[in-house]
Design a protein around this ligand. Structure first.
Ligand code: CS2
Length: 481
């Protein structure tokens, strides 16, 4: 991503000194740098405090290599429909690359000053079975972490660091996930306890009794930074920042107020909603935002749209997504306290339509096998149980099936990124007819339960046939009255 910029531009640098470390963040991607790290930057700018973030990349050194020469400072560029606002973020104090030095990561997680470990490791980083939520003991990273003292997985790092803290007589840290999973804190607690008990039952008991795993709902649209974004930012600010993040104006963070010894930054002071139970907020966001994001990603991609904004600007898909909210999603959703779901849907449409945000349909289409259950299948199951038709969401699942088949509507190859990509591709290509393809993909139990597969099969087969015959755009028009 090194963008060619004029050599005389100064490299971005910090605007505030490094705070002492209070948080270790696992999975330092663009999302957390444009969301959690911004809130923490605002807190420390206003009140000071020792909540500096050590970011950990669990796989590759790219983010560290771009951030280190600028002392971990970077620009968060807000992209509104009417203009751009840059802010330099100083809350990240160091970046570690786990595979280069796993012990260094464990050391900082086990340090007394570290009171919170946050995570954005994406759905697949939890090493669980998405349909059941339990730890996948056959996962290669988990098999590794069960026997080796230096881990590779996020649950492995958490368990080994807590083991070190217990041995040193320290309090555990709070583990706060910021990924788009329902009951994310409970899922993470479950996988951590399962792994810990396999290693040492007493350690598992200590974590269960003493550590805390608040669930959270996080929201901000943050497309991957592109080389042209770096060049445009340099023009705007006159500074060379090789690690900026681009984000929309909107943000929301709802957090269960469950921290070890109540030790946490003053999140409420910067607009974080501190609640006793986040479930209704998570459902609203996962089903209304992420569910329609994925629907537009598969169908929009197949129809030849590059971004969500392009898809939302197509009147067929604009009507389609509004219909999904009004007729299929909202009727089976309980609103969280203080939220009006129709107003939430209207605001979502404005966010999707923001032309300054170039969020690729291809990017959102990634990892569908990990995303479908909580984004779309939950709504479909509840609609079925209530005797309601949901042809739009059924079409979205058909769109995913067509997408993972690997060939677009013009016969081009799709670069499918998914941990199950190879299996999904072989299942689809080994089946001859649309009906057989649908049946083959419905047999993937990590995604579809047996009851779900049986309930969906007839309508999904019809939907898939329409999609193949008429294309995504016409099929979307057909299910929108
Ligand atoms: C998107 C999300 O990539 C995706 O799958 O649906 O990253 C989405 O942009 C965020 O959850 C918005 O908060």
């Amino acid at each position: 991503m090194e963008a060619g910029l004029p050599a005389e531009l100064p490299r971005l640098s910090r605007t505030a000194p490094r705070a002492a470390t209070g948080i270790v963040h696992l999975g330092l991607g663009a999302f957390f740098r444009a969301h959690g790290a911004v809130y923490l930057d605002e807190i420390m700018a206003a009140q000071g405090g020792d909540w500096g973030i050590v970011g950990v990349s669990l796989k590759s050194p790219g983010t560290r290599d771009r951030l280190a020469p600028q002392n971990c400072a970077y620009t968060a560029l807000e992209l509104g429909p009417e203009g751009r606002t840059p802010r330099v973020i100083d809350s990240v104090v160091e970046v570690l690359v786990a595979p280069e030095d796993p012990q260094a990561v464990l050391d900082v997680m086990a340090a007394e000053g570290t009171r919170i470990v946050t995570l954005t490791v994406t759905e697949k980083g939890y090493c669980h079975n998405p349909s059941s939520g339990s730890l996948n003991l056959e996962h290669p990273d988990i098999r590794h972490d069960l026997s080796a003292a230096l881990p590779v997985s996020a649950p492995g790092y958490i368990v080994r660091a807590l083991e070190l803290r217990r041995a040193a007589g320290l309090r555990p840290f709070t583990v706060m996930t910021c990924d788009n999973l329902p009951n994310n804190g409970r899922v993470l607690r479950g996988v951590v306890l399962e792994l810990a008990r396999q290693i040492d039952p007493a350690l598992g008991d200590w974590i269960a009794a003493e550590a805390r795993f608040p669930s959270t709902m996080v929201d901000r649209i943050v497309p991957a930074t592109k080389p042209e974004d770096i060049a445009a930012l340099a023009e705007l600010t006159g500074t060379n920042d090789q690690a900026p993040v681009m984000h929309e104006p909107f943000r929301q963070w709802v957090v269960e107020d469950e921290f070890v010894d109540d030790n946490r930054p003053d999140l409420a002071a910067v607009g974080v909603q501190m609640v006793a139970d986040v479930t209704a907020f998570e459902h609203m966001k996962l089903r209304m935002l992420n569910g329609t994001h994925s629907s537009l990603a598969y169908l929009g991609y197949l129809a030849g749209h590059e971004t969500i904004a392009d898809t939302a600007a197509d009147p067929v898909f604009a009507d389609f997504v509004k219909h999904l909210w009004a007729a299929e999603i909202i009727p089976v959703l309980t609103p969280p306290p203080g939220e009006d779901l129709n107003a939430y849907a209207d605001a979502l449409f404005q966010r999707y339509a923001n032309p300054a945000i170039r969020h690729l349909t291809w990017q959102i289409a990634m990892d569908g096998s990990q995303k479908l259950p909580q984004r779309i299948l939950g709504t479909l199951a509840e609609a079925h149980a209530a005797g309601r038709e949901a042809p739009g969401l059924t079409l979205a699942v058909a769109g995913w099936m067509r997408y993972v088949g690997g060939t677009d509507e013009k016969g081009g190859t799709i670069d499918v990124r998914d941990p199950l990509a190879d299996r999904l591709h072989s299942l689809s290509s080994a089946a001859a007819t649309p009906a057989e393809k649908v049946a083959a993909l419905l047999s993937v139990r990590e995604i579809f339960s047996a009851e779900m597969a049986e309930a969906l099969q007839p309508s999904l087969t019809r939907s898939y046939e329409t999609l193949v015959q008429k294309g995504a755009r016409a099929a979307a028009a057909e299910v929108t009255p």
